[in-house]
Design a protein. Structure first.
Length: 230
């Protein structure tokens, strides 16, 4: 009887429609998060390894063991063009699981980037390659290849649950996870929110105050806000 998912690689996963993923990629993390009802964010300690990094794609998920990057090599075989590698760990670890060599391998597979609740290194090389990485830490400490984890099982990454095929979007504002079955609807909702914000943006350009755009004056007065001239 299998008592856990360790040592398991699922070779077939469902991915969302690439056209819906492409539509979702047009929006920022903040817009998507708001459009979903303010859910799906990873903890903000996951940061881009270099300025300008951003990514969007279906997740190939990886469960790592602390200080061991064996399963990243296993996961590379499962990557299809357009996928993003998303890695959690069985316990907290900031070792340098990932660097330029693995990025080279993943680039050849068409991978769009990495999100990892762990450390990465070779950041200057990653930036030169323009291989987007979002990580818990930057750490030169190396890892071993000795203990089995898993590939394409649900993983928790920075407090967010990620299932294989979910779409992960990352930019300077953070990382958000969109469940695979909701990608089209979230892209629609994000577009609606973007259109609404553009209308408000034009009002702000014209000097209209948020107090009036959002109808704040009456609620503020009801809450007891007073204006005085001394």
């Amino acid at each position: 009887m299998r008592l856990n998912n360790l040592g398991l690689v699922r070779t077939r996963i469902e991915r969302p429609d690439p056209a819906d993923v492409d539509r979702l990629s047009q929006f920022g993390v903040a817009t998507i998060h708001e459009a979903m009802g303010r859910v799906g964010l990873m903890r903000p300690y996951i940061r881009p390894a270099y300025h300008g990094a951003k990514l969007c794609g279906p997740a190939i998920t990886v469960l790592l063991q602390p200080g061991d990057n064996w399963m990243l090599h296993v996961a590379a075989e499962q990557v299809q063009a357009g996928d993003v590698l998303v890695a959690g760990c069985t316990t907290e670890s900031e070792d340098g699981f990932f660097g330029e060599l693995l990025a080279t391998s993943l680039t050849a597979r068409g991978c769009k980037g990495l999100v990892i609740d762990g450390g990465v290194r070779d950041v200057a090389d990653l930036e030169e390659m323009d291989f987007p990485v979002f990580s818990r830490a930057i750490n030169a400490k190396g890892t071993v290849k000795a203990t089995l984890g898993s590939v394409n099982v649900p993983v928790v990454v920075a407090n967010a649950l990620v299932s294989p095929g979910d779409v992960v979007v990352a930019d300077v504002d953070g990382v958000v996870v969109v469940p695979r079955e909701h990608v089209a609807a979230v892209a629609d909702a994000s577009q609606k929110r973007e259109d609404n914000e553009e209308a408000k943006r034009q009002q702000f350009r014209e000097g209209v105050l948020g107090l009036d755009i959002y109808g704040m004056r009456d609620p503020l007065a009801a809450a007891g806000l007073e204006y005085v001239e001394d």
